[in-house]
Design a protein around this ligand. Structure first.
Ligand code: SF4
Length: 376
């Protein structure tokens, strides 16, 4: 992958919603998070496995992130990819299969390109599959700009050679067991590209348009110091309340609506300021660096055990079972299910107040009341 496009496919949701963000981000250095590095390692392993399945030469990559979970997830992805290839073969005896294919969509987005994990051309259908190794949130393929951009890039490669009428796109997130699929006609894709994509890409490339705050800010390099984001949250925090002295139910509901976002934003700014102070010696008016609380530690466990035993103390060790996640990693998902499936249960979660948009079904008030009483 290496080089990054300013208007990249992976960041397209952000720059399509907040067009000036692409140029604003340019002043921040590229810093690869451990999650991104882990994702890159998983992609390299998946690419290798898929190539071997397709009887192509490939050398197994080695990374610091190799683990049972990555093995299983990439196996899952490869079986899914092979299913897609088999599906394509049902309508076309000799589909074109491309792995980690560079896709150039610069006809619609200035200097735009990305990498398609799996691209299959089977007569009138183009299949695009994207592996997402993260386990943050489930991503939908429906009108997903990243997938639509990959589709445009793939069409640019193959449209003159094949009579492609529709594009079938899938996001595969093995760690979340999420498989999201969306199919679109080439006609609708082109309409979206001309009416939605091109005007926004043009603005984004010039740094024009309005800043817009939303969930896409999460991956923006400017998020800690972005003025638009600060103004939006400070505006929310400056809600005007009128007398009487106590907040009304409506006013409390207003506070709840913004509390979560406000907390995330202030945590981002705090983390940024702290990092600047620690790593660059930056001084913030009214703040200082101090040492956090710490717990006592043994200098050397073996020496401690020897000394305690020599003093006549025998009962100095304790043995405990490893946690569920560690056990699942140790056994692998399938064996874990087979050996311990019936011995693991999920207790009822702590009752929490969340916005209506949350996907979990609401629970009955009576139950909530009863549970709160039990907790008392
Ligand atoms: S933080 Fe949000 S509002 Fe600010 S530039 Fe980035 S995407 Fe736009």
């Amino acid at each position: 992958m290496g080089q990054h496009a300013i208007l990249s496919a992976s960041a397209s949701k952000r720059w399509m919603n907040c067009t000036p963000s692409a140029l604003l981000e340019k002043q921040f250095a590229d810093e690869e998070s451990i999650y991104a590095a882990e994702g890159t390692a998983a992609h390299a392993l998946a690419e290798h496995k898929l190539k071997r399945f397709l009887k192509k030469r490939s050398k197994r990559p080695v990374s610091d992130y190799d683990c049972d979970e990555m093995e299983e997830c990439t196996d899952d992805y490869v079986s899914f990819a092979m299913e897609q290839i088999e599906k394509a073969k049902q309508s076309c005896s000799d589909p074109v299969v491309m792995i980690e294919q560079r896709l150039d969509f610069s006809r619609w987005v200035p200097e735009g390109f990305g990498t398609g994990d799996l691209v299959i051309v089977a007569d009138d259908t183009l299949y695009i599959v994207d592996l997402k190794y993260g386990k943050g949130i489930a991503v939908s393929a429906e009108w997903n700009p990243q997938m639509l951009l990959y589709s445009l890039g793939a069409l640019e490669l193959f449209d003159s050679l094949y009579d492609i009428e529709k594009v079938n796109m899938t996001i595969h997130q093995p760690r979340l067991e999420n498989v999201s699929n969306f199919e679109i006609t080439v006609h609708d894709l082109m309409e979206w590209a001309e009416q939605e994509l091109m005007p926004k890409a043009e603005m984004a490339a010039k740094g024009e348009g309005e800043f817009a705050v939303g969930d896409w800010c999460r991956f923006c390099k400017a998020k800690n110091t972005c003025r638009a984001r600060a103004e939006e949250y400070l505006r929310l925090a400056r809600m005007e309340f009128k007398p009487p002295e106590l907040l009304s139910e409506e006013e409390i509901a207003e506070v709840l609506k913004v509390a979560d976002e406000l907390a995330k934003w202030s945590a981002d700014v705090y983390a940024y300021a702290q990092d600047e102070a620690i790593t660059h010696g930056r001084v913030w008016n009214g703040f200082k660096l101090v040492e956090g609380r710490s717990n006592r530690k043994y200098v050397n466990e073996e020496e401690v055990a020897d000394a305690a035993k020599a003093a006549g103390y025998e009962d100095i060790y304790k043995k405990s079972l490893i946690g569920i996640t560690e056990m699942e990693k140790l056994m692998g998902k399938k064996d874990f299910q087979k050996i311990l499936g019936s011995l693991v249960y999920k207790p009822q979660g702590k009752i929490t107040l969340v916005p209506e948009s949350d996907k979990r079904p609401p629970i009955q008030t009576e139950t909530a009341e009863a549970d709160f009483k039990e907790d008392e």
